[in-house]
Ligand binder design. Sequence first.
Ligand SMILES: *Cc1c(COP(=O)(O)O)cnc(C)c1O
Length: 460
Amino acid sequence: MAYHFPEAEPYRIKVIEPLKITSRSQRQQILKDASYNLFNIPAEDVYIDLLTDSGTSAMSQDQWAGLMIGDESYAGCRNWFHLQETVRDITGYQYILPTHQGRSAENILMMIHLRQGLSALGNMFFDTTHAHVQTKGGIPRNLVIDEGLDGESNHPFKGNIDIDKLEEHIKNLGREQVALIHVTVTCNNNGGQPVSMANLRAVRAVADKYGLPFFLDAARFAENAFFIKLREPGYAEKSVKEIAREMFSYADGCTMSSKKDGLVNIGGFLALNDEANFRQAQQYLILLEGFITYGGMAGRDLEALSRGLKEVLDESYMANRIRQVHYLGNQMLAAGLPVFRPIGGHCVLIDMKQFLPHIPQLEFPCEVFCAELYLDSGTRAVGLGQLAFGGVDEETGEILYAPLEVVRLAIPRRVYTDNHMDVVIRSAIRTYERRDSLRGMKITWSPQVLRHFTAHLAPI
Ligand SMILES: *Cc1c(COP(=O)(O)O)cnc(C)c1O
């Protein structure tokens, strides 16, 4: 039976944030001043900001009201107890540690489990998690199923980890050489693709067989749960909360970036079942983040998070969320744009190798498209291609090509209307229609690391 999506938003607007309308010639100047890198543009000069869905959510009246009951006591504030109860209720995990963002939860988890030379096995490690494994001397290994890397495969759960590869790696490396398994739900790196319940159950069986700890990166746990409801037999009648609870039940704990499915602008947590690891984590938390009942968050922010975690499990919210993301992607697909399928939970990916085949990767087709989209409609997107992930091998001087050349349009939660989506769709279609006239770019200045954030570019 097909799911009955709502026709429009299950909320109305009480407070508005005015957006600046700029002219094309103003945007031309703004782009030039920013050296054609959209990270360098002041946010106020952006009309529709699809740079990221991280920390960009709109809060509800209940969350804003919650800020007023923020208790800013150093130890044992009431909002901490609210948050602890909410997270225990949703995840079933016993021990909760608040952190200022997801990455500090990852850092603490990896400090506990990783040692020099040990491997961490996952579907696809988010970049900060990848780095936190590496800084402990560990080796992150991405074992997503092959379909997960194929932009045309319609597999319903392209975030799944390949169970055969997982077991092979444990056998080949040796159990003692593996520190942990860490599965990201939904899988951010390939566009918010979900992981099935059957897959999580299978990972649990492997973890038990070899005695390995298994954690979730739960940044988009609720979006993942909703996809299970839509696509996995046996879950259509279950609530998003029940499904989420079952997902968490297969793992030993989770890291969480509350900036996504926490529906807040800052925050995170680490949740664990193992008491000894929890005691150790508490020591790191105090050292790195703050006391164990606030961990780098204000009392009011703990309250907003506690309330956001309940709201994200509301099915009418979630159905509308996924409906809107899919509306954006499916309208572009219908117009013939090379969009990755199926559309994921939080973003739309456009393949620039197909969109701009005449622009070589070394002339940054992603950045060409992003500049053109901004010029056309004031929309900000982000390139995930050669500028972000390619480079030059320092020892051999050989050029390293990024595996994908895609532009990401990430949708903030509860922020934009479908009218905004229509602006983006029309703008992308116009850009597609004049794609043959677009020319490549070159780097005029770039830093040594993470160059896409600050590099300067210029049209060739
Ligand atoms: C954003 C994100 C993180 C890191 O969280 P921060 O709150 O930005 O530190 C980790 N994993 C995934 C999947 C994410 O999307």
